[in-house]
Design a protein around this ligand. Structure first.
Ligand code: PA5
Length: 424
């Protein structure tokens, strides 16, 4: 992996003034609660991966579709990996269809989902660390009743619970009924949990090679254990974005040129948004998929308020490509491109976009990886988690809590209870 400050007021040497601070935070981070994810890929995970493979193979053999119930960190990572590696059309190779529930409270969504499941063989994986979050709890109520109505006594075998080892409503329900369970480790918060059973079971069912994914994460965990800023790419990225923030570039745009990465963007957005947006501080994380979004938000990036910088994700190798076909008529005037492939043109459009944005005073950071595959996604996921923890600490906020999310839940519950009191 390579991280480059491509076109930026911050150069690769400027960041070194943060050397000592970064090293201090590196050591302090290990004293935080909720940092088990840092060493998670380094430990022997054979037993966990074996039991995930076992259950995933059963689900693939007995179901047409797996419904993953979860919200925030309990589903975004799985969806990010699954969609980044899935074919654009049709079912995944070596896996079955995954659909998501409990990520919203739309009545239309859940109603249509039930209708969609009819006639298909179904398994459910409900994921909630606290076990009491409203969105997944409501969806699980509906889907549990649906599964019981369809499968009777056998429903218990088709529902897999991923939750805390000891506590929570979901844990109690699972123990009482006897659902099979996977554990979310106590010291791994939701948005840092994708490399545990939270993300691994759904993506294994989708046909992703989870051993490769974890190998990539292990590689990152080894390389990025380095406390020295000059040798740690995750910390370099954290400092670059922090310095840009200090100079007034308060919004970061994560940009990719591969549409399959759009759900990866969503995972990244939650990771940084929930970790950093505290005490009226924090970079605003937003995302764009090019070249599509160049025709939507490109004007603003080029010419709008100068508060944006761009982080470009670049994978050197993307599986699947085709050459521009020759057409003797050449009525569209595109025959000059017939010695090129689509991926080559896409890569050149990336170069052109970076140059144009730099000319428009939009700093550009580039993150380069050799290939878009499970191994390098595992690496990138770990890279961003490590960078995020450092970046939040540079802002002097806690990377692992989310007190602001509780505010909406409190208000919603107050309103729901007030309405109940009125109707009683
Ligand atoms: O990152 C987080 O901690 C949150 O996004 C949670 O994952 C999200 O709120 C869901 O919580 P739970 O898994 O407890 O249902």
């Amino acid at each position: 992996m390579k991280i480059l400050s491509l076109y930026s007021p911050i150069n690769n040497n400027d960041i070194l003034i943060y050397r000592e601070k970064v090293e201090k935070i590196h050591h302090a981070l290990l004293t935080y609660k909720a940092t088990e994810w840092i060493d998670f890929p380094l430990q022997n995970r054979e037993k966990l991966l074996d039991s995930i493979h076992y259950v995933a193979n059963e689900i693939k053999a007995c179901a047409d579709v797996l419904v993953v119930i979860g919200v925030g960190g309990s589903f975004l990572g799985a969806r990010a990996i699954q969609e980044a590696l899935a074919p654009y059309f049709g079912l995944p190779k070596g896996g079955i269809e995954i659909v998501y529930a409990g990520l919203n409270m739309s009545g239309a969504y859940i109603k249509e989902l039930l209708a969609y499941l009819d006639g298909k063989q179904v398994y459910v994986n409900v994921i909630s660390k606290s076990g009491g979050t409203m969105e997944p709890a409501l969806a699980f109520r509906v889907l549990r009743l649906y599964m019981e109505a369809r499968y009777g006594d056998k429903a218990v075998e088709r529902i897999i619970v991923t939750t805390d080892e000891e506590k929570g409503i979901l844990k109690n329900m699972a123990d009482k009924v006897g659902y099979r369970q996977f554990v979310i480790p106590d010291d791994v918060g939701g948005r840092y949990s994708v490399l545990t059973a939270v993300g691994l079971l759904p993506v294994a069912v989708a046909g992703v090679d989870i051993q490769e994914l974890m190998d990539g994460a292990r590689h990152a965990a080894t390389e990025l254990a380095q406390p020295e800023l000059a040798f740690n790419d995750a910390y370099k990225y954290a400092v670059m974005r922090h310095m840009l923030y200090e100079q007034g570039y308060t919004n970061e745009l994560l940009a990719s040129f591969e549409p399959g990465l759009s759900k990866f963007h969503e995972w990244w957005k939650q990771l940084f948004g929930e970790s950093e947006g505290k005490d009226h501080k924090g970079l605003y994380p937003s995302t764009v998929t090019f070249s599509t979004d160049l025709h939507a938000i490109g004007q603003y990036i080029q010419d709008g308020r100068r508060i944006l910088f761009e982080t470009l994700l670049h994978f050197h190798e993307i599986e699947g490509d085709m050459a521009v076909p020759y057409d003797a008529r050449d009525e569209d005037g595109l025959n000059y491109l017939t010695n090129r492939t689509f991926n080559e043109i896409n890569a050149i459009s990336k170069q052109g976009t970076a140059l144009a944005h730099a000319e428009g005073d939009v700093p550009v950071i580039q993150i380069e990886l050799p290939k878009l595959d499970a191994y390098h996604l595992g690496y990138l996921i770990y890279f961003f988690m490590k960078a995020c923890a450092m970046s939040a600490c540079l802002l002097e906020v806690n990377p692992f809590d989310q007190p602001g999310v509780e505010a909406y839940k409190r208000k919603m519950l107050e309103l729901l209870k007030e309405e109940k009191a009125v109707t009683e």
